[in-house]
Design a protein around this ligand. Structure first.
Ligand code: S3P
Length: 489
């Protein structure tokens, strides 16, 4: 018997959401988190996998709205929780990752409630986080876990953090190291991974920290910890990474200075500001828009508009690269939402050519390499992507997952150190493969997109993870004319 679609993927996100909706709202009292966020979010013992297949699609046509930006959604929940007063958030991504952060902020004392129009957060004020009674479970979300670790590190409380099998494999030393310098204690399994405990500093110290890796998560964790430290906390990033935290800190009233110098970008936050509640409209996620955009490029005859896509220049490396490859992409109706630039993205199918992607561009498109590699498989000639070492520590080892998946689909691909080379066929690749998605939503979506224009259908072993970032992905794609369906287990 075929497994049901979309029951699994959709239901699990809804289950997490419904507990939040049902939970006590508003300023009165403490929000209790939905018990065991990650038990609904894919703990190994209870995960229900959803194999899917995608086959040759007719031309894709129509308009869709990009789901809310995941990075902005996490930050909105965390900063609103640290502010004084009530913040209204609209357009929040209601994916599993973000719902885990919502539950965690509730467990830390914020009032977190959802109604038909959006989310209401009653902040506790800086220094006001309460010690959670339960383990904070972040499911698949590295961003949620790492940013909340930062916020907790400068509060005199102890909190325990865990996540699903993918998150428990990911490195946390990069976060623990600066937070320890600020006075927090981190007690971790083998010193470096979840589960771990953060024992927050009673008297946190401001620091100057040079990022050893280009990571917006590390930068944001340090800035969030610095909020409750006296004096100035500075982060120096050799390569600029997404600046949603900086923009949103200002939005809530923090004083922040940013300057570019020979050592890189220097971000200085003045500690202990009075953060005031400030409503936020979350823009659409360019990292999610990337999947229908590339699908429209590779399925012949397609024409698609994706509305409300965030076009923060530190996130648009993929769109720049696709344009370099000859893609017909255009942005219209540019506006500002939640302090972020937003536009409607129009895409038409057309031939692509291979290009060289410089290492300096990687931080501006770090989550988009799986789908760029798919576009590269259809392009004429070779695409070489440099500076990809960070892909090894994402939800899966993405360099390996991309290389294995493309090779299984009949595409010539090579990995040397942190460089990925894809020899595009200038025509649809054979496809016909069974892809191991390794608990990685972006690997799942990328290979479903490949299957839409390959010569034979592509099967993925599990599409349930897609709900972490793009709930309703299959329905949205099929609404455009795609052919994604449940596959036999
Ligand atoms: C994110 C930063 C990036 C990105 C992740 C979201 C963020 O991670 O891959 O999906 O919201 O700050 P790194 O900081 O590890 O590069």
């Amino acid at each position: 018997m075929l497994p049901r679609w979309p029951a699994n993927c959709h239901d699990r996100a809804t289950a997490v959401k419904s507990k939040i909706i049902a939970a006590p709202a508003g300023a009165a009292g403490r929000f209790l988190p939905p018990p065991g966020c990650a038990r609904d979010n894919g703990s190994d013992d209870e995960r229900v996998v959803t194999p899917l297949s995608s086959g040759t699609a007719a031309a894709l046509h129509g308009r869709l709205r990009a789901p809310g930006d995941k990075s902005v959604s996490h930050r909105a929940l965390i900063l609103a929780s640290l502010a004084v007063g009530r913040t209204r958030i609209t357009g929040l991504l209601e994916g599993e990752d973000v719902l885990c952060t919502a539950a965690a902020m509730g467990a830390l004392g914020a009032g977190v409630a959802r109604d038909a129009g959006g989310w209401t957060i009653d902040g506790v004020g800086l220094g006001g986080l309460a010690e959670p009674e339960e383990i904070l479970d972040f499911g698949n979300s590295g961003t949620g876990a790492r940013l909340v670790m930062g916020a907790v590190a400068s509060h005199a409380i102890t909190a325990f953090f865990t996540g699903d099998a993918s998150l428990r494999r990911r490195p946390m030393a990069r976060i623990a190291e600066p937070l320890q310098r600020m006075g927090a204690r981190i007690v971790a399994r083998d010193g470096r991974r979840l589960p771990l405990a953060v024992i927050g500093a009673a008297s946190p110290l401001p620091i100057t920290y040079r990022l050893p890796v280009a990571s917006a998560q590390v930068k944001s964790a340090v800035l969030l910890a610095g909020l409750n430290a006296p004096g100035e906390t500075t982060v120096v990033e050799p390569q600029p990474t997404r600046d949603h935290s900086e923009r949103m800190l200002r939005h809530f009233g923090a004083a922040l200075s940013v300057s570019d110098g020979p050592e890189g970008r220097r971000i200085t936050l003045t500690g202990q500001p009075e953060l005031k509640a400030a409503d936020i409209a979350v823009p659409g996620d360019p990292s999610s828009a990337a999947f229908p955009a590339v699908a429209a490029l590779i399925v012949p005859g397609s024409q698609v508009v994706i509305e409300g896509v965030g076009v923060n220049p530190l996130r648009t490396g993929l769109f720049d690269t696709l344009k370099d490859m000859g893609a017909e992409l255009s942005f219209a109706n540019e506006r500002v939402a939640g302090g972020e630039p937003v536009a409607d993205l129009a895409v038409r199918s057309g031939g692509l050519s291979g290009v060289e992607v410089p290492a300096e561009r990687a931080p501006r498109m770090i989550d988009e390499f799986p789908i760029l590699a798919v576009a590269a498989a259809f392009a004429r000639g070779r695409t070489v992507m440099h500076g990809l070492s960070e892909l090894r520590v994402k939800e899966s080892d993405r360099l390996s997952a991309i290389a294995h998946g493309l090779a299984a689909c009949g595409v010539k691909v090579a990995v040397a150190d942190d460089t990925l080379t894809v020899d595009g066929l200038g025509a649809p690749p054979p496809g016909g493969a069974d892809i191991a998605t390794r608990l990685d939503h972006r690997i799942a979506m990328a290979f479903l997109v490949l299957g839409l224009a390959a010569r034979r259908p592509v099967r993925i072993d599990d599409g349930a993870t897609i709900a972490t970032s793009f709930p309703g992905f299959v329905e949205a794609m099929n609404g455009l004319g795609a052919a994604i369906a449940p596959a036999a287990p």
